[in-house]
Design a protein around this ligand. Structure first.
Ligand SMILES: [Fe+2]
Length: 306
């Protein structure tokens, strides 16, 4: 009999291409001098903590794979190609080789279907994987030696309402949890979302010139601090209830649903999320935050609750 699977970690894992650019990894063609260190060091600490759990699979929900009808899943064992960011082709031209846990993807799709969601597998081997999926996975596991399950973001919050979109994501999170338990996998979930999302529209001559990087607007920053506080104090049900407002007031990327999906799969943690790092990228707010269901406490002393 297969052992019962479990979610061994959940991370808010934002995906600005700038942080892969400033890592200077061989897979990414453009090279930088440095940049956005606080976020990259945060990812480094998160990676150390969560990869030590030896996960079998990383699941990632990305805002940059938008599907109008239903929730789609990468459904081919391997994808290879070059991912170019449409807005920042000067920063992100990334050669990817991705292994997919197709069996688990199929199980989540089936669980979702049984609960009334429309689900579908992406079976096109030439499909170009989006940069949101790639950046979050790369920052957590730059070795790319763990298979992933890639999940699209259904468009319902954009053409219907924030609340309808979030309700879909809560169902999808529960379907994801049930499928992981049946699969026997040890899984880590990545919610590939930025927080406040108003941003600059011009780029400095040197993109990694950190003298130009700062919060875009105070109101967005205040919202970020509010939602981070709810994360760090384990108030995720309250967090979920304010997210629709956050989406409207700070044009937050959590609108695409990744954070709600993940918190639902984790059964809305009442233990603290560990803040590994917060910084802006072209003015947008980005936080790396991890929930450890085994530890049920902040992962390190840094950033722990008073
Ligand atoms: Fe994005």
């Amino acid at each position: 009999m297969t052992r019962k699977g479990e979610i061994v970690g959940g991370l808010l894992a934002p995906h600005p291409p700038h942080i892969v650019y400033s890592e200077n990894h061989w897979r990414n063609e453009p090279k930088s001098e440095c940049g956005w260190e606080v976020l990259r060091w945060g990812y480094e600490r998160a990676r150390k903590h969560f990869l030590a759990k030896k996960p079998d699979v990383l699941l990632v929900h990305s805002p940059h794979w938008q599907t109008v009808i239903g929730h789609h899943f990468l459904g081919v064992p391997e994808f290879h190609g070059l991912s170019v960011d449409p807005i920042f082709p000067n920063l992100f031209r990334f050669k990817y080789d991705i292994k997919v846990d197709v069996e688990l993807a199929e199980m989540i799709a089936e669980e979702g279907r049984q609960d009334g969601l429309i689900t579908k597998l992406m079976r096109n081997p030439n499909y170009r994987v989006d940069y949101g999926t790639i950046v979050s996975c790369h920052m957590i596991n730059p070795e790319w030696d763990i298979p992933i399950v890639g999940i699209s973001s259904n468009n319902s919050p954009y053409y219907f309402s924030n609340e309808m979109g979030q309700a879909q994501m809560i169902k999808l999170g529960q379907a994801t949890k049930r499928a992981i338990e049946k699969s026997g996998r040890r899984a880590i979930l990545l919610a590939s979302n930025t927080l406040s999302h108003r941003h600059f529209t011009t780029e400095p001559e040197i993109p990694e010139d950190m003298s130009r990087e700062h919060v875009y607007e105070h109101s967005g920053y205040l919202w970020d601090m509010k939602v981070i506080d709810l994360m760090r104090t384990g108030k995720t049900r309250e967090l979920i209830s304010v997210l629709p407002e956050f989406m409207d007031h700070a044009v937050s990327e959590v609108k695409a649903g990744g954070l709600a999906w993940m918190l639902s799969a984790l059964d809305f943690p009442d233990y603290p999320g560990e803040l590994f790092g917060y910084w802006t990228v072209i003015g947008t707010g980005n936080a790396v935050v991890g929930w450890d269901p085994q530890l049920k406490a902040a992962a390190t002393t840094q950033g722990a609750m008073a």
